[in-house]
Design a protein. Structure first.
Length: 297
């Protein structure tokens, strides 16, 4: 009987060793929670990792995971980030880290010492966490509820870009719209806005109309880039965004989460109305944009 028990214990112990050294998918795990939507964490991680020396993108699946590698001297560390929504805007982040070239060595040393690999892994995750916290301190999103966007006639330029490039594209084409209206003596009637016509959340690409509200007349001048249209107001959930317009899409993720929480069917085609001219400078937290996510018809 004792022999059988010892055999079972031995098999169990060997199974643990096999799992630990050869099956376990990571050499080190780090976790943290943050009070912001999953989409905001993922978007911030993407821009952060591109700024890291030796970083290489590997894979992404929507808002579930993001994977990249960082090179440190003669070592390559693989970072597999997993994201889980806990409640409303609370996101749990788990980072599975593997030393590609020295995985077995790290697993042997881990129980006995705080290795350089573990120290580097902790620093890297903490670096991102601090970056994320600093980013959240420089933006503000306030959910306002259900509202209706204003109908208006507008001159517009159709644009395709990534989410991150959205603000730079607006800055590029704003003088074209503004000078055209001024030179042709076209009366403007409101704040510039964009309407997203397509949002590919897998690769962060967007197509949008950059719109300049104007008074409709019978003889509007022609332009190679500028088109005209009647924008029809829509019922939508509404949030106010404060911060740099480069990251105004953070409000999109708040609205997506609020729609899920409240059981509202929406069209994932945000509308952003810009009430502050960034060219005037000032404190970015004072910049205001009204963000809308249309309800499904």
């Amino acid at each position: 009987m004792i022999k059988k028990i010892l055999i079972i214990i031995f098999i169990f112990f060997m199974a643990i060793l096999v799992w630990y050294f050869f099956i376990k998918p990571q050499d080190y795990i780090a976790t943290f929670k943050i009070n912001t939507p999953t989409g905001t964490v993922v978007q911030t991680l993407k821009t952060w990792q591109t700024s890291q020396d030796g970083s290489q993108f590997i894979a992404q699946r929507s808002f579930d995971f993001f994977e990249h590698q960082l090179a440190f001297n003669d070592s390559i560390f693989n970072y597999h980030w997993e994201f889980e929504k806990l409640q409303d805007t609370i996101t749990k982040v788990q980072v599975n880290i593997t030393d590609i070239n020295n995985s077995f060595k790290q697993r042997v040393l881990a129980p006995f010492a705080d290795t350089d690999f573990e120290k580097r892994s902790k620093r890297t995750v903490m670096n991102f966490y601090d970056h994320l916290v600093e980013h959240l301190e420089n933006i503000k999103v306030t959910y306002k509820g259900v509202d209706t966007t204003k109908s208006t006639y507008c001159a517009y330029i159709p644009i395709t870009s990534t989410q991150y490039e959205k603000a730079s594209k607006m800055m590029k084409y704003y003088p074209t719209l503004d000078h055209f209206a001024l030179n042709k003596r076209i009366k403007t009637t409101g704040s510039p806005f964009i309407e997203i016509v397509d949002w590919n959340q897998k690769n962060d690409s967007i197509s949008f109309n950059f719109c300049y509200p104007i008074k409709k007349t019978d003889s509007l001048p022609k332009h190679d880039l500028i088109k005209y249209k009647q924008y029809i107001g829509k019922e939508a959930i509404h949030a106010t965004y404060n911060g740099n317009y480069i990251t105004s899409d953070r409000a999109w993720y708040v609205l997506l989460e609020m729609a899920k929480t409240k059981g509202l069917a929406i069209e994932e085609k945000p509308i952003e109305v810009f009430l502050t001219n960034p060219n005037m400078g000032g404190v970015e937290l004072d910049w205001i944009a009204e963000i809308y996510m249309p309800l499904a018809e």
